[in-house]
Every structure is written in structure tokens, then in C-alpha cells.
Design a protein around this ligand. Structure first.
Ligand SMILES: *[C@@H]1O[C@H](CO)[C@@H](O)[C@H](O)[C@H]1NC(C)=O
Length: 240
């Protein structure tokens, strides 16, 4: 998928309201996958973490899903004039088939991030523009179970795992490292499950974008900063 095609589609779609997700037609020769399901086997897919780091552990098993998150990181402006993380919201697209094509898998976050940052602000989701990648679910934050602070959730209940009330994971951070690509991209993370059946471990890697500006004027409005990342989900007990 060339960037110019994506951008052309993005610009021509800008006159619509928030587009609805529609499962793209499967490539000829493949069985028609159920709407929004994982398409290809990923039992040999391997997460490679930067050499020398010790903050993130290397997963010992195969991932259960690999998805591309396309969305925003939210921040509020503190009284001290710095931005504080206030959650995120992202659509999650299946990368199972593209994971079998190394050159495409390694470039997907750059191509989609370019299209996402070029899309006009009126477009709230890349939706059908991420052609060929079924949408499996959503990523968002809710109030933590303790009642204080917020916790990240990956939720497939409305899409690929309709009918399974436990097809989500609410997680807590285990470790983080700076993105190998630099401070313009949000950290890579390892998280572990607190509740839900979707996964026991989650990694955020290959981040593009997302960090806030260095400072803000106290009292200014919250901001949303576009980002893209891969999320690797391990373990869990949900058939996708
Ligand atoms: C983040 O901001 C977006 C708007 O840009 C909003 O739709 C979403 O609900 C916000 N999420 C959180 C957790 O604040």
C-alpha cells in the first residue's frame, strides 16, 4: 500500500463524518474470515526487544494477537505548566498476515503514522483507510480498580470476540524503555494483566509519535497527540 494512495484516500474521505469500520474483502484464494477476526497464524512470530536493555522481559511463548494501535495519547496541563498523561484511545488492527512479510511488517507503523498525521483533524479514526487489516478491538483507559488513577484496557468484546464478556484485559505497567527511535516517540512498555481473559502480558513497541510538548500554559485545555504502535498480546484465554 503506497503512502500516496493512503493519503489520497484520507483526503477524499475527509468530508465524511466518523467512518464506520467495515471488514475489507479478503484476498482472492483465502477463506472469508469472520468479520474482524485474526486472519493468519502467528505461532512463529517473535518480538525482538532492543539488545542490552533489562527493563522489559523477552516473552517465552508465541503471541496470541499482534495489533497496530492507531489513535491518540491524551494529556492535561498541570499547575506547574507541564503535561500529565491522561490516557489514550486507539483502534486496534490485526497484523497477523503482514507479520509474515518482514519488510512490510517493519514499515507498517511508519506508513500508517504518516497517513494518520496527514489526515485532517475532522477524521477521528483511520478506520477503513487501514485497508486490509481487520479491526480486532479498541484500546482505552478507565478508572483503576483501586478507585484512584486510570488503567489501560484492550477490549475485543465489541468486535473480534463479540459475545465473550471476558474478552478484555485491564493491565498494569511492569516496565518501560525509551523508544529506540528517540524521544519524539512514546516509550516501549511491558504490562501485565490485572483482570480479564484477553491476555496475561502486553507489550507496546515500534511507537511513532505520542509525546506531549515540553510545556504548557497552566489552565490550558487538554490535548490529544496522534500516535501509532504495535501491541503484542500474550497468553489469555480468548479465541479470536
Ligand atoms: C482522549 O481524547 C479523545 C479526543 O481526542 C477522546 O475521544 C477520548 O475520550 C480521550 N480519552 C481519555 C481517556 O481521556
Amino acid at each position: 500500500m503506497s503512502l500516496s494512495i493512503i493519503v489520497t484516500i484520507a483526503l477524499s474521505a475527509s468530508t465524511f463524518a466518523i467512518p464506520q469500520f467495515r471488514h475489507p474483502s479478503p484476498p482472492a484464494g483465502l477463506a472469508i474470515p469472520p468479520r474482524g477476526s485474526r486472519t493468519c497464524d502467528i505461532s512463529t512470530a517473535k518480538l525482538v526487544l532492543p539488545a542490552g536493555q533489562t527493563a522489559l522481559s523477552t516473552p517465552a511463548v508465541a503471541p496470541s494477537t499482534i495489533v497496530l494501535g492507531v489513535g491518540v495519547q491524551n494529556y492535561t496541563c498541570s499547575a506547574a505548566g507541564t503535561y500529565t498523561a491522561a490516557g489514550a484511545v486507539a483502534d486496534l488492527y490485526d497484523l497477523s498476515c503482514i507479520s509474515k512479510i518482514p519488510a512490510a511488517f517493519n514499515a507498517v507503523q511508519d506508513v500508517v503514522y504518516s497517513a494518520w498525521t496527514l489526515a485532517p483533524p475532522s477524521l477521528k479514526t483511520l478506520g477503513p483507510l487501514v485497508a486490509g487489516y481487520p479491526m480486532l478491538g479498541s484500546h482505552f483507559f478507565i478508572t483503576s480498580p483501586s478507585g484512584t488513577g486510570i488503567s489501560p484496557v484492550w477490549d475485543y468484546r465489541a468486535m473480534s470476540a463479540k459475545g465473550n464478556t471476558n474478552a478484555f484485559v485491564l493491565a498494569a505497567k511492569v516496565g518501560n524503555i525509551p523508544a529506540p527511535t528517540g524521544a519524539k516517540d512514546v516509550d516501549w512498555l511491558e504490562l501485565k494483566s490485572v483482570s480479564g481473559d484477553l491476555a496475561t502480558q502486553i507489550y507496546r513497541t515500534d511507537t511513532r509519535g505520542g509525546p506531549p510538548p515540553a510545556s504548557c500554559s497552566p489552565g490550558s485545555a487538554p490535548i490529544s497527540v496522534k500516535y501509532v504502535s504495535k501491541y503484542w498480546l500474550y497468553g489469555g484465554n480468548v479465541k479470536i
